[in-house]
Design a protein around this ligand. Structure first.
Ligand code: ATP
Ligand code: MG
Length: 788
């Protein structure tokens, strides 16, 4: 309909309405690429050229994916929740869940985030007695992830020296460990999914037939593996609609490859290359600054941006004596902005390194200004939250050794390091998980471990029919975590976070469209879905959708492939730094420049503009390093709509050391007439005697934290033994209960037995409770009393 297209300029209009053929929209920041992509999906659906089920759209962050769904449902009355819109990781996770058997994974496989991966690697190295000074675990992590992102399994890695040979050997051992434990790291999600499609022609054909429309945002940052995955999915038709900006390629250090844009043009024989040059986001001075800065880069595909908005405010520059003074100034400016009526959420403070946020946070707290940090210590990464998640993971998959090691002695149960070593030895000897090795440990250690195993088994049984929030709440209590933090001096915050985890579970259910009572561990059917959850045997026409009377496709037959618990655990691992707990509250946004990609704010602060910090000192060591830093700066500048603030400090306390810095070279690359210095501009050399004297320009000044961000690591395709499940017999057991009997449960109250199954320790009863509806209870642990 015309209103969808009404506000587009002619190039955008052309892009939205292109035929279903390979297309590349190459355009600068704020030119409406994302808007074009979303409008195109809406337009295709509205015109009956696509149904929601035939669309697959990839974005770079969870935040962006959510925004895309939100914007799409604002344009069209459709339920976007079942649609395949997400990040590469999110979509691969979904596909692997649906076809876990074909992918050689247990149904309950868990995702290791970056920190979990590192601890798994450390555990592996310890078990194999590998010298971690000679072979630093972080380097191994990088090696593994890098290999996977190149699509390389251990046997494919070309190792030339003994050092690399060792890494390959460890990579292999790591894969075996992951497979045994049923865990998958971030790059494994992609590689495994790629292999699934590559090695399974019927499945590939199915998805190729299904996803007739593949749209990719931020295409410049796809890596080799992601590109190959897209290519497989696109199949013969090649009809990928890609939008991107070479000037915003900022993930080269993670293997992203701008060259993909050129390859894409050739390999897909792109017939439609559209450039958008009108910028709708930023005022003139801001855009001039961005254009002039990026002109210093040599390797560009070439394009420029113009705006019809006036010059607007100048770019304000502030030089502080110290980092705390810098933070003080930022907070004062933010206060002034808020007092003019600007929402806090329209203000972003950007930094190059996560560690910089601490001082700014501290100052914001003192000023009583609500803020939210994206990245850094994320909600799902907090210690207590991770502990609770580990228990939840063990309920789902007792073989998950990373989760096991995390909580086996937390809260303390008298299981010491020696017992654990003994256990790890047995696990290695019998090639099984730590949980499975418990019976082999004797003595006191054996009995402590045995009671831990019983605790987990009890939790599994008790939560069998509980909803997700009930399960989380139950686990927080039954694990002893609640009690532990109650007794701790600073436990209150942690208890609140655990409570917040229950809320996050509730929010997850409603966001994902699950009923609030859906049992956490069974695969539900969404309303309207008619087929069983297994997609493995999908009929060929499974992609067809039911059109509603208005001619708009309703939710596709899109059976869910994850239990709410598995979905929630994936969400917790994949959620890149979004603190759901504070969602909805109007708060100043703090994040790294990397995390700000694709977003826009009325006012933006770019902080820490110092040589060595931004551009980051590591960039000097890498080919194209400085150009990448400049692209990063370009991304930062172009987030701003109306106000842009740049700041730097002469001295900065970072990682426990005071560093003396000179201002970033980027200042000299900006058009001076757009800058307004709030402090007198001093020539860099005049005060600090030039860069070579600068103490901050040392190689080990600080590790590049974002390099380790965005997790990684492996697993081989070996079928895992199924987890012990309740026997699916309909036989009534010698339980002392009978169907129709009135019973009482301490938590759920009065009810009537409606079914019985299993026997002995596995005996279960289904009880219809007066107030809580039907639940399955494990009789061994449920303390169900007969009333008659
Ligand atoms: P980035 O490269 O930073 O991801 P982008 O090219 O994806 O930017 P969008 O985020 O799609 O740009 O658009 C930038 C802003 O301009 C948004 O607020 C969008 O709504 C607005 N915009 C885009 N096109 C138009 C238009 N034709 N008329 C008015 N506003 C527009
Ligand atoms: Mg965009």
């Amino acid at each position: 309909m015309p209103e969808l297209l009404a506000n587009l300029n002619p190039e955008q209009h052309a892009a939205v309405t292109l035929p279903n053929e390979p297309a590349l929209i190459l355009a600068g920041a704020g030119s409406g690429k994302t808007r074009v992509l979303i409008t195109r999906i809406a337009w295709l659906i509205q015109h009956g050229l696509a149904s929601p089920a035939t669309v697959l759209a990839v974005t770079f962050t969870n935040k962006a994916a959510r925004e895309m769904m939100g914007r799409l449902s604002a344009l069209l009355p459709i339920d976007t929740r079942g649609m395949w819109i997400g990040t590469f990781h999110g979509l691969c996770n979904r596909m692997l869940r649906a076809h876990h058997r074909d992918a050689g994974l247990p149904a309950t496989f868990q995702i290791l985030d970056t920190a979990d991966q590192l601890s798994a690697i450390k555990r592996l190295m310890k078990g194999l007695n590998v010298d971690d000074e000679k072979y630093p675990p972080k380097n191994l992590q990088y090696f593994i992830n890098n290999a996977k992102e190149q699509g390389l399994r251990p046997q494919h890695v070309d190792a030339t020296d003994s050092f690399n040979l060792k890494f390959v050997e460890l990579y292999q051992a790591y894969e075996q460990q992951c497979q045994r434990e049923g865990v998958v790291d971030f790059p494994e999600l992609l590689l495994r999914c790629y292999e699934l499609l590559a090695h399974n022609p019927p499945l590939r054909a199915h998805y190729q037939a299904r996803f007739k429309h593949i749209l990719v945002d931020e295409f410049q940052d796809t890596n080799k593996l992601q590109y190959a995955w897209l290519k497989l999915l696109a199949g013969e038709s090649n009809a990928i609609f890609a939008v991107g900006d070479d000037d915003q390629s900022i993930y080269a250090f993670r293997g992203a490859n701008v060259g993909n844009m050129r390859d894409f043009e050739h390999e897909f024989k792109v017939r439609h290359l559209i450039k958008l040059e009108q910028n709708y986001r930023s005022h003139g001075h801001i855009l001039d600054a961005a254009n002039q800065l990026i002109a210093n880069n040599s390797r560009r595909l070439g394009k420029n941006l113009r705006t019809d908005a006036g010059h607007g405010e100048p770019v304000r520059v502030y030089e502080a004596a110290t980092d705390s003074q810098e933070a003080g100034w930022i907070v004062e400016e933010i206060k002034a902005l808020i007092s003019t009526g600007l929402a806090r959420g329209e203000v972003a403070v950007l930094y190059r390194s996560n560690a910089q946020s601490r001082t700014i946070e501290h100052t914001l707290v003192n000023a009583g200004i609500a803020y939210r940090v994206y990245g850094g210590l994320r909600f799902f990464e907090r210690q207590e939250v991770k502990h609770a998640l580990a228990y939840l993971r063990l309920i789902d998959n007792p073989n998950d050794d990373t989760a096991f090691a995390r909580v086996v002695n937390f809260p303390a149960r008298g299981i010491g390091a020696r017992s654990l070593e003994q256990l790890a030895d047995s696990a290695r000897l019998y090639n099984c998980s730590m949980a499975a090795a418990i019976p082999y440990v004797t003595g006191k250690a054996g009995s402590s471990l045995g009671s831990f195993a019983n605790l987990i088994a009890k939790m599994r049984a008790e939560t069998q029919q509980m909803s997700l929030p009930e399960t989380v709440e139950y686990v927080v209590r039954a694990s002893g975590l609640a009690e532990f933090y109650q007794g701790e001096r600073e436990g209150q915050d942690r208890l609140e976070n655990l409570q917040e985890l229950v809320n996050a579970a509730t929010a997850f259910l409603s966001e994902e469209g699950y009923g609030l009572d859906t049992p956490a561990r069974s695969i539900p059917l969404r309303p309207g879905a008619t087929s069983a959850p297994e997609i493995a045997a999908l009929p060929d026409d499974a992609a067809s959708v039911v059109l509603d009377p208005a001619g708009i496709a309703g939710p596709a037959q899109n059976p869910d492939t994850m239990t709410p618990l598995a979905g929630f655990l994936s969400h917790a691992s994949l959620e890149a730094g979004d603190n759901q707990a504070q969602a909805g509250q109007d708060a100043v946004q703090l994040m790294t420049v990397h995390a700000a990609k694709g977003l826009e704010f009325t006012a933006v602060f770019i902080t820490g503009l110092e040589e060595g910090l931004f551009p980051h000192e590591n960039s000097a060591l890498e080919q194209d390093g400085l150009e990448e830093e400049r692209r990063l700066m370009y991304v930062a500048i172009t987030r701003a709509k109306e106000r842009l603030y740049l700041s730097f400090a002469q001295s900065r306390l970072l990682h426990g050391q005071t560093r003396y810095n000179i201002r970033s070279r980027f200042f000299d690359e900006l058009p001076q007439e757009t800058l307004k210095w709030l402090t007198p501009k001093v020539e860099a050399g005049a005060r600090w005697g030039g860069r070579s004297d600068n103490a901050g320009w040392g190689r080990d000044w600080f590790a590049r934290p974002d390099r380790q961000a965005g997790g990684y690591a492996g697993g081989a395709a070996v079928e895992q033994a199924p987890l012990p499940a309740f026997a699916n017999t309909q036989r009534a057991a010698e339980t002392g209960f009978k169907i129709g009997q009135a019973v009482f449960h301490t938590k759920f109250g009065e009810g009537t037995v409606t079914a019985l199954e299993g026997s002995g320790a596995d005996a279960r009863a289904q009880v219809k409770f007066k107030r809580h509806g039907e639940k399955w209870l494990a009789l061994a642990v449920a303390k169900l009393q007969a009333v008659e």
